[in-house]
Design a protein around this ligand. Structure first.
Ligand code: ZN
Length: 127
């Protein structure tokens, strides 16, 4: 997977967003990843450390949440969310599954400092 170009994308978006909020520093970048996104958060962190040098994102941490996999069973027709450790229909145990999602890659939120004050614009501020 192209973690380098993805990280450049994340960084560009984050800097843009931080600028709009008048932030001095980006502390955390929260990502939501589908189980088949092919993205390794550790690689993103590694590239971010390199790319963010000298920007307000320097030292920012990547926090990634893996989303469940959405499937539709070809036998019983029901939709469900499963984990990658057990790929079978939870209703009828069929292995004939159609994958509905799993390649998502979403920047969920940023945690930034605005003029020295911590802020969590899309969270509840509890950390
Ligand atoms: Zn089923």
């Amino acid at each position: 997977m192209h973690e380098l170009s993805i990280t450049q994308e994340i960084l560009r978006y984050s800097l843009q967003e931080a600028l709009r909020q008048g932030a001095d520093k980006i502390r955390t970048i929260r990502l939501r990843l589908g189980p088949f996104s092919g993205i390794v958060p550790e690689c993103i962190q590694m590239y971010l450390d390199l790319l963010s040098e000298g920007t307000i994102a320097q030292g920012a941490k990547i926090e990634a949440v893996t989303l469940p996999l959405k499937v539709r069973c070809r036998d019983c027709g029901r939709e469900s969310e499963i984990t990658r450790s057990r790929i079978a229909c939870p209703f009828c145990s069929s292995l004939r599954l159609q994958i509905l999602s799993g390649k998502e890659f979403i920047i969920e939120s940023l945690e930034v400092d605005i003029h020295g004050n911590q802020s969590s614009p899309s969270g509840d501020g509890m950390e």
